[in-house]
Design a protein around this ligand. Sequence first.
Ligand SMILES: NC(=O)c1ccc[n+]([C@@H]2O[C@H](COP(=O)([O-])OP(=O)(O)OC[C@H]3O[C@@H](n4cnc5c(N)ncnc54)[C@H](OP(=O)(O)O)[C@@H]3O)[C@@H](O)[C@H]2O)c1
Length: 274
Amino acid sequence: MITSLNDKITLNNGVKMPGFGLGVYKVEDGDTAIHAVRTAIDVGYRSIDTASFYDNERGVGLAVQESGVPREELFITSKVWNDQQGYESTLKAFDESLEKLGMDYLDLYLVHWPVSGKYKETYRALETLYEEGRVRAIGVSNFHVHHLENLLADCKVKPVVNQVEYHPHLSQLELKAFCEKENIQLEAWSPLKRGGLLDEPILVEIGKKYGKSAAQVILRWDIQNHVITIPKSIKTERIRDNADIFDFKLSDEDMAKIDGLNKNERSGSNPDDF
Ligand SMILES: NC(=O)c1ccc[n+]([C@@H]2O[C@H](COP(=O)([O-])OP(=O)(O)OC[C@H]3O[C@@H](n4cnc5c(N)ncnc54)[C@H](OP(=O)(O)O)[C@@H]3O)[C@@H](O)[C@H]2O)c1
């Protein structure tokens, strides 16, 4: 289990990834993105999760440059979007992402969604990029067990990460167990259910005990479950507070209470219908 904001988890190819990071979905490019990423880096975040679809890779890249933190101390993730999938088009999408970010490599590149009939070719392009040393690790996002089984049957390079919707209303037990068995690290998107869990009485109640907010309780639950988490915020205070979760530990009883909130309820799309 990670014990600090930039503590790292060793992925199945030996690359180390921070267990906590900033997500930037729906963060407007330009000043907003630059402010959010700069703030996070100043607070001590070392991992940033963007995607070509978020249309803010330029802002993320500028913030990284302005931060003065050496590139090799940061962990930058991007993703190939659905309409870019396919072998050649993914290679092109990767070049475009790097150009926008102003970087010469990525730490992690993900297949954003398992587009039916395309995701294996897309992943093959990621393997090429990995073999060429242009990305340090490759993985997938929004893959159910059946997508992973299908990919694992053919791939040369095992995905290091599966980034999926994961929060106390969607605890993905079967997928989590499968990923653990295969040594594929689970990473939580929408860990706060986009704000939809913050009034949950049980979480508020547990938080009171530790002097923490419901958001902090959820993010701590992720860490104690060995799930990488990347909450998004553009607000300085929240960026700081969300990372302030390394000075308490949820008891087994409280972990079980949070587990009990699961309803298999998504805030985003089901990968089988998207
Ligand atoms: N792979 C995928 O398909 C996929 C899909 C969705 C998301 N993601 C990634 O996962 C990241 C996180 O997911 P998300 O952005 O969907 O949702 P989230 O992190 O669960 O929630 C973000 C929302 O919660 C608010 N918030 C953040 N911290 C808060 C706090 N301490 N108290 C109250 N409100 C708070 C934010 O508002 P403010 O900004 O105003 O603070 C924002 O509206 C994304 O940014 C993206 O990087 C990936």
